[in-house]
Structure formats: C-alpha cells, structure tokens
Ligand binder design. Structure first.
Ligand SMILES: NC(=O)c1ccc[n+]([C@@H]2O[C@H](COP(=O)([O-])OP(=O)(O)OC[C@H]3O[C@@H](n4cnc5c(N)ncnc54)[C@H](O)[C@@H]3O)[C@@H](O)[C@H]2O)c1
Ligand SMILES: O=P(O)(O)OC[C@@H](O)[C@@H](O)[C@H](O)[C@H](O)CO
Length: 391
C-alpha cells in the first residue's frame, strides 16, 4: 500500500510531541505547516526529531519521515491533494489565520478529488471546530463551499497529554526535541467526521462528544489554572510542586467540587464519573515525573481570563447552574495578580490593571460589566489571594 501522508498545521509542542508521535507510530509520513520559519527550517533540514516521554524513557522515540513548509509558502496549496488526514494545533486565537492557509489547499484538493477528508482540531479553545469551519467557509467561493460542507469533516478533540519544551540539554542535542507525558489517547468527536479516519492507534472517534471539550476546559484546565496561578504567586516553579502544596489543598478541593457540580448540572454527567475524571486530572498535576514548568501553565493570562476560557467560562457556567463559584473566583483573582516580565500577555495584563484597575481590566478582557456578579466576586477574592501568596 502507498505510504499515507498527514498534514499537521502547527509544529509546536502538541503537534510534534503528541500528534507526530501517534502518526509516526502509525507509519504516516508527515508535513508540518508553521508560521515559525526557524522551526520549519529545522524540520525541513533534519527531517526527524526526538520525543522524550516523561517518567518512561524506554518509550522515547525518534520521529522520522517528516518535512515542513511555512504557512505562506505556495507549496501549502497542494498539500491536501493526497493527504489522508489533517490535524490543526496552532493555538485557538490562530484558527482564523490558519484557515487562510487551509482554504486554498482544499480548493486544490477539490479539483482532483471529492474524497472525504477529516481535519482534527487540537486546541484548548471553546467551539474550536466550529470556529475553524466558519473561518474556512469565509474563504471559499460558493461552489467550493458546497463541496466543503459535503466532504470535509472538522472534528474537535480533547488533548490530555501534556507537551513540554525539551530541556536545555535535550535541545542542545536536538533543537526540535520535545518532552511529553506518557499518555497516548486522543479522543475525537466521531459524529463530526466524514467518512471516518484512517487507522491511527490512540486516535479514537467517540460518539456524543459535543460537551467533551467544554468539560475538559472547565474541569481540568480550570483546576490547573487555579493551581498554577496560586502556585506561581507562592514561588513554585513546577506544576507538581503547586498541586502538592498543602496550603492550597482545601482550595483545590473546593474548585473541583464547584466545577464537578457545574458539569453534572449543565451536561448531565454522572456524578461519580465526573468526580473520577476530575481526580484523574489532579493526580496528573501532582505527578512529580511530569516536570511541567509553571511559566508554561500560566502563560498568556489574558487568553486564560477570556470569557469562554477555563476560569471565567467555568465561573459563568457555575453561576448559571446555581453553583457556588467562590473557589473559581479565587483562581480568577490569582490570574489577575499574575506578573511575569518575560510573558508579553502578563505584561499587557499589568498595564491594563494600571490603566483601569482589576475590575476594569477583567471587564475589558471578558466583555462583562464591572458590576457583573462574577467580576465582583473575583475582586472580593484578591485579599485572599494576597494572603495565600504569603502564607
Ligand atoms: N502543550 C500542551 O501540553 C497542550 C495540552 C493540551 C492542549 N494544548 C493546546 O494545543 C494548542 C497548541 O499548543 P502547543 O503547546 O503545541 O503550542 P505551541 O506554541 O508549542 O505550538 C503552536 C504552534 O502553532 C504555530 N502557529 C501559530 N499560528 C499558526 C498559523 N496560522 N499557521 C501555522 N502555524 C501556526 C506556532 O508558530 C507554534 O509553533 C493550544 O491550543 C494549546 O492550548 C496544549
Ligand atoms: O495550553 P494552554 O496554554 O491552553 O494551557 C496550558 C496547560 O494548562 C495545558 O497545556 C495543559 O497542560 C493541557 O491542557 C493538558 O491537557
């Protein structure tokens, strides 16, 4: 059988450290598309890179048979003609821009084939598949849009593996090296697929997936964000240190109670199943073999304070369901206190707070009124956050 090719939009930590791992193990040749010319140049020259599996070095691998092109390269236009599957992991805020690269490539594909193709979207971003589908549709003329609607599946997934930059030593040996959690499943929205996915062990189409990404963002990433922003304020460097900090234990327990109750009420998840799901995430955060720096977890606080993102989104959902959002609000307050001169988003957050105060900044980031109950609640938690930072 001819070699199957996958196109992976984004060549960052998840694309190389997770998608590339599963696809290489399944025997795929891969083309990565990225806006970062340095990464693209390295991939195109070296055609391989190392993945280091945290806590399980026997599962480390050398991914081969890869190449890459920059997103503005004319070569991207023909990439999807023979692709068997595509993945996107570029950061949710970049979905509109990647759509501009994907749309012409789909038009070229339609000239030679109307065979179905699925694009799996791998982002921590609410309604990521709909966002990408709408953005691609905007780029297409009517005839192509009709074909697009018929033969192109765009399916969400939940990424539960952590992808982490290589250590200094690993990067000296291979500038493309990534570290990844020892986790191998990528659940995908099976109902959104057209014609099914090629066989890729670990990539599992799931029926009834519609609320899975929100569940992950508002349970797993909400807990993670509270732990990470408070952990940073308390001087920790790693996620596992923050998640094992006894001073934070009660609050962590509370935030999971709130988010679990919210998900049970909002989507009808079984209470025990939801609790197990939540506790699996906490066990992961506490796992010391997963050496995950808090600067990655806390990066881009403005995005993470977004109205539909892990903290404010979860807080609004809790209030809608009549559930307490007190602990979630502590997480929001801790994010407002986040300062990191090396992170442009944190610098911008500090400027916004200087200009408008915490309430004004949160209102302008979320679009909520300054007197919205969640904004008021979050501001009321600032003294608690300040006390926890010093405790
Ligand atoms: N790293 C993790 O552990 C992890 C886990 C779960 C979910 N996620 C989510 O996965 C997504 C990717 O995360 P990551 O950690 O791999 O980020 P990353 O920054 O390492 O990689 C993103 C890559 O996308 C590229 N990119 C940006 N705009 C692009 C465009 N228009 N076209 C092509 N490439 C573009 C960037 O240059 C970068 O190389 C995010 O939504 C993140 O929230 C990450
Ligand atoms: O990727 P972000 O920036 O949205 O969030 C940082 C981490 O919390 C996140 O990458 C988790 O590690 C990930 O969601 C694990 O599934």
């Amino acid at each position: 059988m001819a070699e199957q090719r996958a196109v992976v939009y984004g060549a960052g930590k998840i694309s190389r450290g997770f998608l590339g791992n599963l696809l290489a193990d399944a025997g795929f040749a891969m083309t990565f598309v990225d806006v970062d010319a340095r990464i693209v140049g390295l991939l195109a020259d070296r055609k391989q890179y190392h993945i280091h599996i945290l806590g399980a070095p026997e599962k480390d691998s050398l991914v081969t048979n890869v190449t890459a092109v920059t997103a503005d390269d004319a070569a991207t236009r023909t990439l999807l003609v023979e692709a068997a599957v595509a993945f996107v992991s570029v950061g949710g805020a970049n979905l509109a821009s990647v759509a501009k690269t994907i749309a012409p490539a789909l038009c070229n594909r339609f000239v030679s084939t109307r065979e179905p193709l699925n694009i799996v979207v791998c982002e921590n971003w609410r309604a990521a598949a709909a966002t990408l589908r709408d953005a691609i549709a905007l780029e297409l003329a009517d005839d192509d849009r009709r074909i697009f609607d018929e033969v192109i599946g765009i399916a969400e997934s939940t990424i539960l593996r952590s992808g982490i930059a290589g250590t200094k030593k690993q990067l000296e040996a291979d500038p493309l090296a990534v570290q990844a959690q020892d986790y191998w499943d990528l659940p995908v929205d099976g109902d959104a697929l057209v014609g099914g996915l090629p066989e890729i062990p670990g990539v599992s189409p799931i029926a009834g997936f519609s609320t899975a990404l929100e569940r992950k963002m508002y349970t797993y990433n909400c807990g993670n964000a509270l732990i990470s922003y408070l952990g940073w304020l308390r001087g920790h460097e790693l996620l596992s240190q923050a998640a094992n900090d006894a001073v934070l234990a009660d609050l962590i327990d509370e935030v999971y109670k709130e988010t679990c109750e919210t998900m049970v009420k909002r989507h009808g998840y079984d209470r025990d199943d939801q609790r197990d799901y939540a506790m699996r995430s906490l066990a992961k955060f506490r796992d010391e073999t997963i050496v995950d720096p808090l600067y990655r977890q806390t990066a881009d606080p403005i995005r993470k304070l977004g109205r539909e993102d892990r903290l404010v989104g979860a807080g609004l959902a809790a209030l809608d369901e009549g559930v307490s959002a007190d602990a979630i609000a502590v997480g929001i307050a801790a994010a407002l206190r986040h300062r990191n001169p090396a992170d442009p988003s944190a610098v911008r957050l500090a400027e916004l707070i200087d200009e408008r105060g915490e309430g004004g900044a949160l209102a302008s980031i979320t679009g909520l009124a300054e007197d919205h109950p969640l904004v008021v609640l979050a501001l009321a938690k600032l003294p608690e956050v300040d006390a926890l930072a010093k405790a």
